[in-house]
Structures are given as structure tokens and as C-alpha cells.
Design a protein around this ligand. Structure first.
Ligand code: 5GP
Length: 185
């Protein structure tokens, strides 16, 4: 293992940054189940398209979809805004490979929403595909800086304005594979 990353029991270090365990996988699982029950109710009789925002939302999307027992389609797009820093660059780059969204009911799945810039850029872009509807599901929402004029339909956890990693979320590409969510100490 590289010496850039060091694991403890309930903490870890990446480069010079220390993180401590914040939300356990069992809490994530429990909360995701509640959200999927809501989605099941809302999409009864429909065949939504789950649009996963890469790379961060892969774990959350998988956890959600495991519990959805109706036909659905999965598409992906890639959004880049952070770079290797802990601060947003203020610019969002999108790489969209989604197919056949016209007239469809989209559930956009995101890992974390901070200011809301990324998700509102994605929504604006997807509206060009003329879907029937777009709803937003995010695992984490940092409420402090959120200022987008958007409804967040499904939210796992509201969290403080601190940097987090794990369960798909990275710091300089490290930490995505962590089972739990960790917060900067
Ligand atoms: P926003 O555009 O809402 O300000 O920021 C959302 C994007 O910034 C997310 O898609 C994610 O890539 C990144 N981001 C925001 N906060 C965090 C965080 O605490 N940890 C990580 N790893 N990424 C974050």
C-alpha cells in the first residue's frame, strides 16, 4: 500500500489530512432503504431512468437500485468540478453519454450537493433532452452553502460544511472505496 494513505480503526490519513469515521455503512443502508421506499411509492407503474453522476455516486446508486424492484434503465454522466483540492473550482465540466431520455422520468443520483452548482448545471443540460420529469436524489447535502433554486427530492443526510470522503467520495482520487463516510478532523 502506498504511504500516502494510512488506515486506523476509526480514522485514516491521506497525505497530511486526517479523517474520522462519520456515517457508518449500516446507517447509510438504513437511510437508503427509507429513500427507496419513497421512490417505489412515487414511481409506481412508471419505468424511470436512473442517471448516475460519476464518479462519486456509484456506491449510493448501487445501494438505491438494489432495493428497487421495478423495471428501470441506468444511464451515466460525468461531472467534474473539484480537481484535487477541497474547494470547488466554480466551474463544472460535463461529459454526457446518456441515451434516449426524451419523455422519460429521470431520477438523478448524486453523492453530495454543496452549493448546488453541479446539480443545477446537470439539470439544465438534461432539460435539453426533453425528459418528462427530473427528480434529484442525493446521499449528502451540505445545507450551509446550498443556494440553488432547486428542490432536492430525496436526501440521505444533511451534513455540516466540512469535507467528507468514502462511499464513492474521494480526496485526490483516494478514499472512494471506503465502506463508511469519513469527515475531515
Ligand atoms: P456543488 O457544485 O454543489 O458546490 O458541489 C458538488 C460537487 O462537489 C460534488 O459532486 C462533489 O464532486 C464535490 N464535493 C462537494 N463537497 C464535497 C466533499 O465534502 N467531499 C468530496 N469528496 N467532494 C465534495
Amino acid at each position: 500500500m502506498s504511504n500516502q494513505v494510512e488506515f486506523g480503526k476509526n480514522n485514516l490519513r491521506i497525505y497530511d489530512k486526517k479523517f474520522i469515521k462519520f456515517i457508518s455503512y449500516s446507517e447509510i443502508k438504513k437511510r437508503t432503504k427509507v429513500i427507496t421506499d419513497e421512490i417505489k411509492r412515487d414511481y409506481k407503474g412508471k419505468e424511470p431512468v436512473i442517471v448516475v453522476i460519476l464518479k462519486g455516486a456509484i456506491f449510493f446508486a448501487a445501494e438505491l437500485m438494489k432495493n428497487l424492484d421495478f423495471p428501470l434503465r441506468v444511464e451515466t454522466l460525468k461531472a467534474k468540478s473539484y480537481g484535487n483540492q477541497m474547494k470547488s473550482s466554480g466551474k463544472v465540466e460535463l461529459f454526457i453519454t446518456c441515451e434516449d431520455l426524451e419523455g422519460k422520468d429521470i431520477i438523478l443520483v448524486e453523492d453530495i450537493i454543496d452549493t448546488g452548482l453541479t446539480i443545477s448545471t446537470v439539470v439544465k443540460e438534461l432539460l435539453n433532452y426533453r425528459p418528462n420529469s427530473i427528480k434529484i436524489a442525493t446521499l449528502l447535502l451540505k445545507t450551509k452553502k446550498f443556494k440553488a433554486d432547486l428542490k432536492i427530492d430525496y436526501c440521505g443526510f444533511e451534513i455540516p460544511d466540512k469535507f467528507v470522503i468514502g462511499f464513492g467520495l474521494d480526496f485526490a482520487e483516494f478514499g472512494r472505496n471506503l465502506k463508511h463516510i469519513y469527515i475531515l478532523e
